[in-house]
Write a protein that binds this ligand. Structure first.
Ligand SMILES: O=C(O)C(=O)C[C@]1(C(=O)O)C=C[C@@H](O)C=C1
Length: 273
């Protein structure tokens, strides 16, 4: 049986995604922060983990991206999960008693319009379910969590307002992460980490030109600071072409000829849950 880590406590969206993606024959291990989840794979406490990487409203989840790079881990799959966020309070609360909301930062960022409209004060937690637990433990009627319907039900909390995200269409992309690079025949995409060899004008455009010249469609790009000097970056680039595709092999060879460092962070295909 494989051991899979995800963000806890019980009732997170990560848990829902994990349970839908993996079979019942899995040993589940929960950790209290996204970074702890990734570290568990690095430390071999588990075989794989599942973590959110981007959301259609709030954008990229930098904790995940930085953890992925910090621990030199690899993406084995990605999955698209529909997220519905609700305002959840204690039984004696209502829309007039709430002045403070609590949740993990990506969930708060998905509900900016709603929060602004009500001038709520925000308190940050490490997960949506942790926020629901805090609301329950507080026993107060002025604080509500932004979390799932499932967690409201599990904690006996009340849904004060449903579907509070800024857009009714709301998707979070999760990645399945393991320690080593997995190669399989079904791979359709790949993620690369590129460290440019210089900071000359146009360096990113010259890297991107290699992909366009070879007809490789890119699906996602993120720049992260090198941490050494302001204004210096490394690029995470995802393409619609697998790592072992001849076009990709050629692209990497060309980039390395120009002394850019290319590291494959994963080769995988997408599942829509
Ligand atoms: O806190 C949770 O429930 C999570 O699984 C984390 C997370 C995230 O960080 O994006 C996952 C999906 C949703 O976008 C909101 C929260």
């Amino acid at each position: 049986m494989i051991r899979v880590a995800y963000l806890g406590p019980k009732g997170t969206f990560s848990e829902e995604a994990a349970h839908q993606f993996f079979s019942d024959q899995t040993i589940w291990v929960m950790y209290e922060s996204i970074l702890d989840v990734l570290e568990a794979v690095h430390n071999e406490e588990v075989d794989k983990c599942i973590v959110p990487i981007e959301n259609s409203i709030a954008g990229n989840i930098h904790t995940t991206i930085d953890g992925l790079l910090m621990y030199d881990l690899h993406i084995e799959a990605d999955l698209i999960f529909t997220v519905s966020l609700h305002l959840i309070g204690n039984q004696d609360s209502n829309m007039n008693t709430i002045n403070t909301i609590s949740s993990i930062s990506p969930a708060i960022n998905q509900c900016r319009d709603f929060i602004k409209k009500h001038s709520y004060k925000c308190e940050y937690t490490d997960s949506t379910s942790k926020a629901a637990q805090l609301v329950k433990d507080s026993n107060e009627n002025n604080i509500a969590a932004i979390a799932s319907k499932l967690v409201a039900f599990e904690h006996g909390l009340k849904i004060l307002q449903s579907e509070i995200q800024d857009n009714s269409v709301n998707h979070t992309r999760f990645i399945v992460v393991g320690k080593g690079l997995v190669e399989s025949a079904e791979q359709m995409k790949s993620m690369m980490l590129i460290n440019p060899n210089n900071e000359n004008p146009g360096v990113l455009s010259s890297i991107l030109n290699v992909f366009s010249a070879l007809g490789i469609n890119l699906t996602w790009i993120e720049s992260r600071p090198t941490g050494k000097r302001l204004g210096t970056y490394r690029f995470l680039i995802e393409s619609e072409v697998a790592q072992n595709d001849q076009r990709m092999v050629k692209a990497i060879r060309i980039l390395e000829t120009f002394e850019h460092q290319v590291h494959i962070v994963g080769s995988y295909s997408t599942t829509v849950l």
